[in-house]
Design a protein around this ligand. Structure first.
Ligand code: SF4
Length: 231
């Protein structure tokens, strides 16, 4: 009896081969994305163990937004709600950020939003997880992901939310309260501006202080609008 030939196998794409070959990532390592796309970076960052923050966190919270966004926002690190949901800026600070953008008629969906550090660092107090700032070694370890995001999106303008984000782009000598709301230009021509992290507004104790901090935050973000020497 004649044997039927099996159809020729479709060639396996190199990226698929590499994806299948991916081995367990060891502590201290960042997995290589299969290509330069944000989707590949996001996928690779899920397995990152380059610093100890991956262990107690629920998941990596990578940046989100259009691949070709003209403006890229950088925060510090995910908070409790972001850690649980896997999305950046969705907790109370994220809601205040959304409100400020909406007041200015700016559409968050057009922006790429990320953090300098991709895992939530916290300490447990009773039933709550309290934010702790990532230290210098953790920020340095995570920088690889921010650099990859910046290289992929190539924004015209970067807005840093908070001192940690600002120093990750503008250097350790940057003084947030003295230099907030001022456009600077990087060597490659990208415009950069820093303002406070929205959680700074929420942390103000009195109503008056909170209103004033919010008004100044909105005023800083208004520099993104046309006619204000923004992008
Ligand atoms: S915080 Fe950054 S460097 Fe550290 S494990 Fe998470 S993704 Fe990797």
């Amino acid at each position: 009896m004649a044997t039927r030939k099996s159809p020729p196998k479709a060639p396996v794409k190199a990226s698929a081969k590499r994806a299948r070959k991916r081995v367990a990532v060891r502590d201290g390592e960042a997995p290589e994305p299969v290509d330069d796309s944000l989707a590949a970076m996001r996928d690779a960052a899920r397995g990152c163990k380059r610093c100890p923050l991956w262990k107690p966190a629920t998941q990596t919270v990578f940046g989100e937004g259009p691949d070709d966004a003209r403006v890229l926002f950088i925060g510090e690190q995910p908070g409790d709600a972001e850690d649980l949901s896997g999305h950046p800026f969705v907790g109370p600070a994220g809601k205040l950020f959304d409100r400020a953008l909406a007041e200015l008629g700016l559409d968050r969906a057009k922006f790429y939003v990320t953090n300098a550090v991709k895992h939530f660092k916290y300490e447990v107090r009773g039933k709550v997880r309290l934010h702790r700032s990532p230290d210098a070694s953790e920020r340095a370890a995570c920088r690889i992901w921010l650099e990859r995001e910046l290289a992929a999106v190539k924004p015209d303008a970067i807005v840093c939310l908070g001192a940690i984000a600002a120093r990750s782009v503008l250097g350790s000598k940057f003084r947030l309260m003295a230099q907030r709301g001022q456009w600077q230009t990087l060597a490659d021509g990208t415009r950069v501006m820093a303002t406070v992290h929205p959680s700074f507004v929420l942390r103000q104790r009195g109503d008056e202080e909170r209103h004033a901090a919010y008004a100044q935050f909105v005023a800083d973000l208004s520099l993104l609008k046309r006619g204000k020497r923004g992008p």
